[in-house]
Design a protein around this ligand. Sequence first.
Ligand SMILES: C=C(O[C@@H]1C=C(C(=O)O)C=C[C@H]1O)C(=O)O
Length: 351
Amino acid sequence: MINKSQVLTFVPTNNQQPPLKSNQKHGFHVKNLDVTPSPSSDSSSILMYKTRHNTPYTRYSLSLLLFFRLLKPHHKTQQKKNISVNVKEEFFFNTESLDMKKAEFTLDSVRDSLIRQEDTIVFCLIERAKYPLNSPAYNQSYVSIPGFSGSSLVEYIVKQTETLQATAGRYENPEEHAFFPDNLPRSLVPSYNYSQVLHTAANSININKMIWDMYCNQLLPLFVAEGNDGNYASTASSDLDCLQALSRRIHYGKFVAEVKFRDAPRDYEPAIRAKDRDALMKLLTFEKVEETVRRRVEKKAMVFGQEVNLDNDNSKGKYKVDPSVVSRLYVEWVMPLTKLVQVEYLLRRLD
Ligand SMILES: C=C(O[C@@H]1C=C(C(=O)O)C=C[C@H]1O)C(=O)O
């Protein structure tokens, strides 16, 4: 009989795996499955399984057969008894978080993360664009919630979510920054050993007030329809997703600056000592990269935001979020604010 402590280990079946790309990682996660065991299954059942695209199908099918045999009750009258089995499954993924890349902190790996974050930002904007502006959600006199006087519904939802997420450890991660950081509760979860690549002065940099102002007062009216459909809570929740994605991207400038400084400390040190913001801005700016980013996010807005249907494609040119607005968002706000974070970080780098 299988007992609770048994683990079905899915292991690679050969060594001829294609090399991982630089932004891919390889690992295992453990899934907990409820199965009804067969008494004939012996305790040494180990299934061979391979998740990569070069899976040998014969081995794969055999594995599945074995697996389903384990799931099959052996006798009709047998009382169904669910047993928890841990399945360790090999997986591959593109890492978005820098922490998954502990071993390779390079300008390329940091830029890979920024590229992946573009997807998140574009999808968040698409989700927000489902709703019209819904201006009451931003109006501080529309709601009067005990303990939150003077807060709009969006502020209320952001504050409450941040409070909850702080207890779950969100702000222990150096990549995360709260919009209302004062008086947040302590994390209640075991601490994770995040890689400490940043200078401690990084903790003093939080430009979320500027991001909030840019998002609510300048960006929103550019990509949502005017009007009001009453979905204020969902709207506020979508806003929170957008704000968090933008904040994470922009504050990622700290990591970009750190890696640039490490690559060329002698170039940066004189400008840092002279507190010369303009010189720092010049040193850290790569116009060609910015142009590539601008074109790529515009294209992502076209690809992710197009209507998909199976008939003749008559939806060309219709996008859920105007691609030129996404390009403008990056050129006017996201990239300049990311560079501002870089300058602020570098100015403190030798403290
Ligand atoms: C982030 C970087 O620094 C600057 C800011 C960029 C951005 O925000 O996308 C792009 C290029 C640089 O001018 C970088 O060099 O990758």
